[in-house]
Design a protein around this ligand. Sequence first.
Ligand code: ADP
Ligand code: ZN
Length: 209
Amino acid sequence: MNIVFLGAPGAGKGTQASMLAKKYQIPHISTGDIFRQNIKDQTPIGLVAKGYIDRGQLVPDEVTVELVKGRICQDDCVNGFILDGFPRDVAQAEALANFAKIDAVIDIVIPLDRLTKRLTGRRICAKCGESYHVDFLGGVSNCSKCDGELIQRADDTVETVQNRLNVYTVKTAPVIEFYENTGLLKDVNGDQPVQDVFQEIIEVLNDLH
Ligand code: ADP
Ligand code: ZN
């Protein structure tokens, strides 16, 4: 199954996508993770992407679309894939429709006023990317999965978060309408515990068969 995850920054897309990828044994393709890896490795794509990401803006569509196209052509995607963070504007959604058949689009819905606190308090593992929130860490500074160091993402600062939420409202929210019109869109309530969100996603996907 080819699945797209939509949702504002901080809605929990990455967490849910990674849980679902494990359950279905299909790749979890996060454009944000791919860009961050490229920045770390100082690749040409990383050098282009860094300026945009640090300001909370979208990396240009040409770069992002080519990246995703190349990724989903790889062998491990033959039985399906989960896209997390793509498409992020209508042009990307239109491009995607030309090179892949999408079976379901899950929109993780959450009130926008919840997101700032989720994002600015987020800490991620520098090694494996697992995310945490300072409110639940109790002072712990290493990852419970791999013991990696927990850091704040460069774009999780107050100013950049505001830009990302604006970009979401202006550019990404219209993607919801795009998929509503194709009949693929399924809403899931993101304002509940992680396991409950996951349960809802599984039910939505089971109902498709
Ligand atoms: P979040 O969903 O929490 O904002 P991501 O890790 O998905 O985090 O994305 C981080 C940043 O990477 C975005 O703010 C943007 O700059 C860039 N990015 C990720 N996906 C895309 C995309 N599909 N198109 C353009 N830029 C992207
Ligand atoms: Zn880790």
